[in-house]
Design a protein around this ligand. Structure first.
Ligand code: ZN
Ligand code: ZN
Length: 346
């Protein structure tokens, strides 16, 4: 595999593998600055991934010890996993949006079992069947909650503020807050001429927000300590419009491959979600629990073949769509229903 790709203008990408994941790898971007290389994301925390990251840097004549800073697009382990190791090796700072730092802090400080309690309670409330709840309850009994991923994730030492021009020597990189996939996801807009003079305004490190061939997972933000009724899908759609307006000449995403015409990709994704919401409205002609709705929604395979963990994620996605439709006044909870059922109105 080609480990390093040169993108010109002091930007490279390294393929860092994600073990046992169909996405294959995270594209870790290296940005040359006047004070040394800065990484955009770091990859999954795994010995083989660390070796790939180090070997990739070596191909650029660099080592982890040289890294000046780490900008993390969002808290997910395929992006933030190795940040702590890079910081240990180099003393680099790690920067992330405050909302995602809060997720990390909460995960680290949570009482063991808190997450499983939350998940089991939530899934029961949205109509998950007994056989889906049983493994969660069993895991809680066995104490497996103590080994959940993310418990050891590094706490960043800097916050990325929305709209901020980052303090990077010799570079013009602006943070664009793009909540939706996570509450603190950021894209990073390199406001410099494109090295191959492609038409448009600079380049966009898009993380998971804007990918060429897949639509990122948008679920609920799943905060056990916060009862605020958030609307992640609404946030995501707003964030899509925000990055569409940047008119970037090229997008450097964290998975798959770089692409041009960000505006067209944004339009495609907006249309995809519009279509999906319309499809859900017709499914909701009769009342359905979020679980029943998820069973009937279109996924990349039939519901019966969706593995256990992915069903939990799918239900969260169904809930995010319901939140959006409720907010738009198109759907309402059926009064007195338990587990809660939703139905289209008007
Ligand atoms: Zn992600
Ligand atoms: Zn990702």
């Amino acid at each position: 595999m080609t480990r390093v790709t040169e993108h010109g203008g002091g930007v490279w990408s390294l393929k860092v593998p994600i073990p046992d994941n169909p996405l294959g790898h995270t594209l870790v971007h290296v940005l040359d600055t006047g004070r040394g290389p800065v990484l955009v994301d770091t990859g999954w925390d795994d010995p083989a991934s660390w070796t790939e990251l180090s070997d990739g840097l070596a191909e650029l004549g660099l080592a982890p010890v040289d890294v000046h800073g780490v900008l993390v697009t969002h808290h997910h382990p395929d992006h933030h996993g190795l940040s702590g190791r890079v910081r240990e090796a180099s003393g680099a700072w790690i920067a992330m949006h405050a909302a995602d730092i809060a997720v990390l802090r909460r995960t680290r400080e949570a009482r063991p079992g808190a997450w499983l309690d939350y998940l089991a309670g939530k899934l029961a409330a949205v109509g998950a069947p007994e056989e889906h709840l049983a493994p969660l309850l069993a895991a809680r009994e066995s104490g497996r909650a103590r080994t959940l991923p993310g418990l050891r994730a590094a706490l960043p030492d800097r916050e990325i503020a929305p709209g901020e021009l980052l303090d990077l020597a010799g570079r013009r990189l602006r943070a664009i807050w793009t909540p939706g996939h996570t509450p603190g996801h950021v894209c990073l807009h390199l406001e410099e001429d494109h090295p191959a003079n492609l038409p448009g305004r600079g380049r966009l490190f898009s993380g998971d927000h804007l990918l060429p061939g897949i639509s990122p997972h948008i679920g609920l933000y799943e905060d056990p300590d916060d009862s605020t009724v958030t609307d992640p899908l609404g946030d995501y759609l707003d964030s899509l419009e925000r990055v569409g307006r940047l008119g970037a000449a090229e997008v450097l995403p964290a998975h798959q491959h770089p692409f041009t015409d960000a505006t067209a990709r944004v339009r495609e994704l907006l249309a995809h979600h519009e279509e999906r919401l319309t499809g859900l409205l017709s499914l909701l002609a009769a009342p359905l629990t979020p679980w029943r709705l998820a069973e009937r929604m279109e996924w990349n395979r039939p519901w019966d073949e969706i593995p256990y963990g992915s069903r939990t994620i799918a239900v969260s996605e169904a809930e995010a769509h319901l939140r959006r439709l409720v907010k738009l006044g198109r759907v309402e909870a059926v009064p007195g229903s338990d587990p809660v059922a939703y139905v289209a109105v008007g």
